[in-house]
Design a protein around this ligand. Structure first.
Ligand code: GLU
Length: 284
């Protein structure tokens, strides 16, 4: 199977192109010469030539479906990078929509092999799944109507006020320390009409998710710009699959070093956000 994938990859390219160059839609060409320890998750995925990746479908910059139905964004690029290092071509990736509340269950049930979905690494989640990464550090922030008519500059200003966020997220948990008037929906974009209508004073979640939603709003919303939590984004995988976790950590470190992580950022989130320094992976 490894050589079949490699051959397909080579034949898809013109004769004068070297086999390591990605095709037009590929960020990274699938690794041709990879071999993994028998019995490992990497060997199983490589042999199948397929991987199922959970990501968000409604978050501009990180994971949002385009007109063709394929998700686009920084999380999607990270997923493609991992697939490529497993020797899996992009055509072998099945993208499954994961929302904030179903990420652990989807990993636990094996519905997805990994989740790359603005997914904060924390100890509670680590009780049931494991995390590679982080590959980005976000922070929770607040989105309000442009001009900030309510004068909201941080979470303390939301005390006792109605706020919208998403069920099963760290955002929902964190904001509960400041207000008990919380509307928790299925996805962050669903909160925007409530902010427009003034039904809630704000939408709160990670700054980079809010940046994408504000940028797409034609100037209707703004982000307060005062992050009040740390949200290190990890890649969720089956609990205690340590070899797979270390493999993904290796992929990230290599991507930090060879410029592919920065290139993935520039072609996605980089449209709105400055290129950050890559965070150190935590190999716990
Ligand atoms: N990063 C936070 C979390 O994992 C908020 C964003 C999200 O819901 O995906 O819960």
């Amino acid at each position: 199977m490894i050589s079949a994938i490699a051959l397909t990859g080579v034949l898809a390219l013109s004769a004068c192109t070297d086999s390591s160059a990605p095709t037009a839609d590929e960020t990274v060409a699938p690794e041709a010469e990879v071999s993994f320890e028998a019995g490992s998750t990497m060997a199983a995925l490589n042999e199948a030539g397929k991987i199922t990746i959970g990501t968000k479908f409604d978050q501009p910059l990180f994971g949002q479906v385009d007109g063709s139905g394929d998700p686009q964004g920084f999380d999607v690029e990270i997923g493609k990078l991992i697939a490529a290092k497993l020797g899996i071509p992009e055509s072998g990736i099945t993208w499954t929509e994961t929302v904030s509340a179903n990420r652990e269950p989807f990993i636990e049930s094996g519905q997805v092999d990994i989740v790359v979905a603005t997914y904060t690494i924390n100890d509670k989640r680590k009780e049931v799944i494991s995390f590679a990464g982080p590959y980005y550090n976000a922070g929770q922030d607040i989105l309000v109507l442009a001009g900030n008519p309510g004068g909201i500059n941080g979470p303390d200003d939301l005390a006792g006020k109605p706020v919208c966020t998403v069920a099963g997220s760290t955002s929902e948990k964190n904001i509960a320390e400041y207000t008990d008037q919380i509307t928790s929906l299925g996805g962050y974009a669903e909160c925007l009409p409530l902010v427009s209508a003034g039904t809630v004073a704000a939408l709160t979640t990670d700054n980079v998710i809010l940046a994408g939603l504000a940028a797409n709003s034609g100037g209707e919303f703004e982000v307060v710009g005062n992050p009040f939590t740390e949200e290190p984004y990890g890649i969720g995988l089956a609990k205690d699959d340590t070899d797979f976790r270390m493999f993904i950590n290796d992929v990230l470190e290599e991507a930090y070093g060879d410029g592919t992580w920065a290139a993935a950022w520039e072609k996605t989130a980089g449209a709105e956000l400055p290129l950050p320094d890559p965070p150190a992976v935590n190999r716990y």
